[in-house]
Design a protein around this ligand. Structure first.
Ligand code: DUC
Ligand code: ZN
Ligand code: ZN
Length: 472
């Protein structure tokens, strides 16, 4: 009888701490041995010349999220997790949105119903708090946090979503009491509305105006304010989708004052700029996301943050809308005025190849840093560690095998999401995830889907996460 279910042999194994030549053995969905010359398994995968990494965890993904009247997000759980899987991810964390007047429980029941039986990767949910009533804050949230919903996103922008400072303080206070982690979208809504009004008055309503109505100052000010509110409450905080050096400086300064802050950036801030919103006429709408991509200097700053540790998390912020669709980017109002173009771009399948190619293969970061930024730190920040995020005895056998020699040109036609374009179309990358294993089950093998819908499961978070900046 075989001792193991699966052995992955002869690969270069990496964790967030180091990398080494080893075989790894899996049984009952967990890592059970890491060693040399392992034998005795039902299945054996030869990973000679390949990298064997913890499966990617994308902790910032939007799927089937209500996005305004008449707008339908391009991915449901089936297409979103399939696309994630082909991009080398084994777990994704989408957001369950509480709509105004809705109880959080009600929102969760509906969101779970959308995910159940549909997933190719494991999933775990964050909550978006849009209506922090006394009962949500005092009763629902503490019970939900105790039940494994331990991360909450709040917005400082968007009508219907934005919280004011008093409300953010209350949410932060609940997080201090319960051990939940608060993620903040930092942009100053009043300043944005002021600039939108000016642009509209001047008749400047094409998609590229999206970037000029959300300048760096708008993000920098809100970042400073969010960090100051966390300092007042004395609680850790996550600043998501940071796009530029000035917001990064706020994070560094807050850390120097003792604020426990986790910083996140995304591919669009490393490889796109506002110029990508130029010259395509209304096709610029394909690049509309918030915060918007900036300029080459901001790009260089974000790379520095990846290299030096200002950023702990590299996420996709996959927020997919179709371009040529009256329910998405080209909705009747969005096709005449930028302010009605849904904000967000697809990217869950391209996140890892972009950082691998531009980061690891170009020598900006090493393999352990890649693993930390794309997997381990996500698990630690959001309560999935040590079950997920590392190759370690007893952890879930979530594995991505990379071919570092593979060369690909990103073409949306070859991706698996529900959108109709990729912002990274035509980008040439070196290195691609070829085989992906979720909790011991081979799901993609040599680029071919072999797993089934429904094999991905919901994973609750632990209540007081290990934390990478001492959150617990
Ligand atoms: N914020 C996100 O986190 N994702 C997409 C749109 C947005 O504003
Ligand atoms: Zn956001
Ligand atoms: Zn997002």
């Amino acid at each position: 009888m075989s001792e193991f279910d699966l052995i992955i042999a002869n690969g270069t194994v990496a964790t967030a701490a180091n990398f080494f030549a080893a075989d790894i053995a899996v049984k009952d969905g967990k890592f059970v041995q890491i060693g040399q010359n392992l034998t005795g398994s039902k299945r054996r995968i030869d990973a000679s010349g390949k990298f064997v990494l913890p499966g990617g965890i994308d902790s910032h993904v939007h799927i089937s999220q209500p996005s305004g009247e008449g707008i339908v997000m391009a991915d449901d759980f089936e297409s979103g997790t399939l696309s994630a899987l082909f991009g080398g991810n084994t777990t994704i964390m989408p957001f369950c949105l509480q709509e105004k007047g809705q109880s959080m429980r009600e929102a969760l029941t509906a969101y779970h119903a959308l995910a159940d039986g549909q997933c190719y990767t494991d999933v775990s949910f964050h909550l978006i708090i849009s209506d922090p009533t006394a009962s949500v804050l005092g009763q629902e949230l503490p019970a939900l946090v105790a039940g494994g919903y331990t991360s909450l996103k709040v917005f400082m922008t968007y009508e219907g979503l934005r919280l004011n400072d008093a409300e953010i303080l209350k949410v932060l206070d609940v997080s201090r009491e319960t051990g939940a982690t608060v993620m903040v979208h930092c942009e100053n809504e009043d300043a944005i509305l002021f600039l939108i009004a000016k642009h509209e008055l001047a008749g400047d309503v094409a998609p590229r105006a999206h970037a000029s109505t959300r300048p760096i100052a708008v993000e920098r000010e809100a970042t400073h304010r969010a960090l100051s509110l966390a300092e007042v409450v004395d609680v850790p905080i996550v600043i998501v989708h940071v796009s530029n050096g000035e917001a990064m400086d706020e994070i560094a300064r807050a850390r120097a004052r003792g604020v426990k802050v986790v910083g996140e950036t995304c591919p669009q801030y490393l490889v796109l700029t506002a110029k990508d919103l130029d010259g395509m006429d209304w096709e610029d709408a394909k690049m509309v996301c918030s915060p918007p991509p900036r300029d080459e200097a901001a790009q260089a700053d974000c790379w520095q943050g990846i290299e030096t540790g200002v950023f702990d998390l590299f996420s996709s912020d996959h927020c997919p809308f179709r371009y040529d669709d009256p329910q998405d980017k080209l909705n009747p109002k969005g096709s005449v005025n930028f302010r009605h173009i849904p904000n967000g771009i697809p990217g869950v399948e391209t996140r890892l190849p972009i950082l691998f190619s531009e980061g690891v293969m170009k020598g900006r970061i090493d393999l352990p840093r890649f693993v930390a930024l794309t997997s381990t730190n996500h698990a630690k920040t959001y309560g999935l560690y040590p079950q997920k995020g590392s190759i370690a005895i007893g952890a879930d056998a979530d594995i991505t095998i990379w071919d570092p020699e593979a060369k690909r040109t990103i073409r949306h036609a070859e991706l698996h999401d529900g959108s109709d374009y990729s912002p990274y179309e035509g980008m040439y990358v070196t290195g691609w995830p070829v085989t992906t294993i979720v909790a011991g089950a081979v799901m993609v093998e040599d680029g071919i889907l072999v797993g089934k819908k429904g094999q991905g499961k919901y994973r609750p978070a632990t209540t007081r996460p290990v934390g990478i900046r001492g959150q617990a």
